[in-house]
Structures are given as structure tokens and as C-alpha cells.
Design a protein around this ligand. Structure first.
Ligand SMILES: [Zn+2]
Length: 175
């Protein structure tokens, strides 16, 4: 893991109050996460950190695009996304209570790593169905040739599915 590609915010020396951080990451960010579903992408992360005496509150805006496979034509394309969330950081010796909106750090920690939070948020902000966007005239930008081929393949597999039933019928007649 290349530590340069991690998204960390050092808060220890900061005064109480508002602080802003900006990160720009590209392909290397995703390459460095061995669990990443994406190989390529660009992300902009904008963090507004409110440092309180007892905890940290972070408003996090993430925008950009990730390289995904289209569910309709299977071609790869860059899908844009936007995410807006709030992450709370609390301090405790009991580190068990981590969840999606809260990170528990030890009182000795001096920085908070939001790499995983950002990655998960990108995943959450993508639609379930990933399909090429429409162009200005409202027409699909999918690979038309590929869709034709997929349709032919689909029809073939429908025919193939019928075959086992014919086999059963044949067996029935033999009995
Ligand atoms: Zn497509």
C-alpha cells in the first residue's frame, strides 16, 4: 500500500473550529486498494472539518467518475457520481463501535484515515444499473453493434434452453 494514495487528515495540531481539506486522486488511488472494484477513475474530495474539543465532525463532498462496464452493452465507460455525507470521529479506548457514519479513534491518534470511507461512499453513490448515458438528443450512447450481437446470443440461449425439455419428452416416450 502506497501511503501517498491514502486520504488522511492530521488534526492534532489544529485549533478548534472549521478547517478545509481538498484531495484529488486518480487511477493510482484505486490500484492501491486491493479490494477496489474499479481500476480507473478520478475523484475530488472536499472535507469541511469542524474540530470540537471532544470530537470531529466532517462534511465530505466527493465527486468524479469511475470506469465501469455498461450493464446493457458491456463496453467500459466513465460513470460520473456525486456524494455528500457527514462523518463523525470520536475518541475512546474502546474501538469497537465503528460504523458507516462514525469512526472511533484512540485518544492517542493524531490523524484520521478516510480512504475506506471515501471508497465505500463512491460505491454507494453509483446506481444499481450502470448504463451509458444518453446524448443531448436523448439517444443511447451504448455500443449498437454489441447490443445486436448480445440479442442474437440471447435468442440462441433461449432455443438451447428448450432442448432439455425435448429430451425429457423423448425419454417419456421411450418408457
Ligand atoms: Zn452501454
Amino acid at each position: 500500500m502506497n501511503t501517498n494514495e491514502r486520504l488522511s487528515i492530521a488534526f492534532k495540531g489544529l485549533k478548534d473550529g472549521i478547517h478545509e481539506f481538498r484531495f484529488s486522486k486518480s487511477d493510482k488511488f484505486f490500484e492501491n486498494l486491493d479490494y477496489s472494484e474499479f481500476e480507473k477513475g478520478n475523484i475530488e474530495v472536499f472535507v469541511t472539518l469542524d474540530k470540537k474539543t471532544q470530537y470531529l465532525s466532517m462534511d465530505i463532498i466527493i465527486s468524479g467518475q469511475v470506469y465501469v462496464s455498461c450493464d446493457r452493452c458491456l463496453d467500459m465507460f466513465y460513470m460520473p457520481f456525486e456524494f455528500n455525507g457527514t462523518l463523525i470521529v470520536k475518541f475512546s479506548v474502546d474501538l469497537e463501535n465503528n460504523n458507516d457514519e462514525m469512526i472511533i479513534l484512540s485518544p492517542n491518534d493524531f490523524e484520521v484515515d478516510i480512504t475506506h470511507y471515501v471508497y465505500e461512499s463512491v460505491c454507494l453513490s453509483l446506481p444499481v444499473k450502470r448504463i451509458h448515458p444518453e446524448d443531448k438528443r436523448g439517444k443511447s450512447t451504448c455500443n449498437k453493434e454489441m447490443i445486436k450481437k448480445l440479442k442474437i446470443l440471447n435468442n440462441q440461449s433461449v432455443h438451447n434452453e428448450i432442448d432439455p425439455r425435448w429430451d425429457k419428452l423423448k425419454n417419456f416416450n421411450n418408457n
